[in-house]
Design a protein around this ligand. Structure first.
Ligand code: NI
Length: 258
């Protein structure tokens, strides 16, 4: 794998002959998956999509692996009590990921690496992979047996969790966390103007309906203190998450088919 520029690894900026040529050298592709949902009273609605795409582009830049456009809508049903949230139902997200995987597999991609920024997407994404394997086989795709999908949640990379512990301890919390907000501050300096001290957040708890979520978490946060975030921290999170995922991706690309 060779380090390259952001322009080179964005599928959106490639032509089809270039993609065909790429496939003769590499069967791997990165799909950033986010969510468009409230991130507390001071965080950007696009946090999960912005962070997933940034980590994906950094991993792509370091490895030369193509990065598809980000899927910016995720499964965020429980955040619908807050203005600006746009959610796909689990069945819709499942269908979207399934169709994305099948499109890529049809062209010969065999290692689909989804870099995810939102915990609410995990169960549905894994279900979509299971369904995609079945469809690839039933459609008789020539590479069906070689198709592998992997979900990589950047915020759960041990190195990223360790850094969050060092910087924020238990004020990292579970939603609208300072680690993810830090990356958005690094990417988009204008977001710093929203930062202000906040009262202690409601602790994490069970997730039910949107109304119940808003009642339990009136300002949208779960146990987090996003005021602790800084752009400088964000650059560090981006670096450690990308480093961890580059190693994971390279293992994934080198996995034998049988
Ligand atoms: Ni988030």
């Amino acid at each position: 794998m060779v380090a390259t520029s952001t322009e080179t690894i964005r599928l959106q900026l490639r032509s089809w002959p270039e993609v065909e040529e790429y496939l003769s050298r590499c069967k791997g592709v990165i799909v950033p998956l986010g969510s468009t949902e409230q991130h507390g009273p001071t965080g950007a609605i696009g946090t999960d999509a912005l962070t997933a795409e940034a980590v994906a582009l950094e991993v792509g830049r370091r490895t030369g692996v193509l990065v598809t456009p980000a899927q910016a809508f995720g499964m965020a049903e429980h955040h619908l009590g807050f203005a600006g949230t746009m959610s796909l139902q689990p069945a819709t997200l499942l269908a979207v990921i399934h169709d994305v995987v099948l499109s890529l597999a049809r062209h010969g991609f065999e290692r689909i690496y989804v870099i995810n920024g939102h915990g609410g997407n995990i169960a549905t994404t894994k279900a979509a992979f299971a369904q995609a394997y079945g469809t690839a086989a039933s459609r008789g795709l020539p590479n069906a047996a070689a198709l592998r999908c992997k979900l990589a949640n950047w915020f759960m990379a041990p190195e990223a969790m360790q850094l969050a512990r060092e910087l924020y301890a238990d004020r990292e919390g579970h939603h609208a966390t300072p680690s993810e907000i830090a990356i958005t501050l690094h990417l988009e300096p204008s977001l710093a103007s929203k930062q202000r001290p906040l009262p202690e957040a409601a602790p994490a708890g069970p997730i039910h309906s949107p109304e119940d979520f808003r009642r339990r978490h009136p300002d949208g946060r779960m146990g987090s203190d996003p005021f602790l975030a800084s752009a400088e921290h964000g650059a560090r999170f981006l670096d450690v998450a990308a480093t961890a995922l580059v190693a994971d991706l390279e293992r994934f690309l080198n996995e034998p088919n049988s």
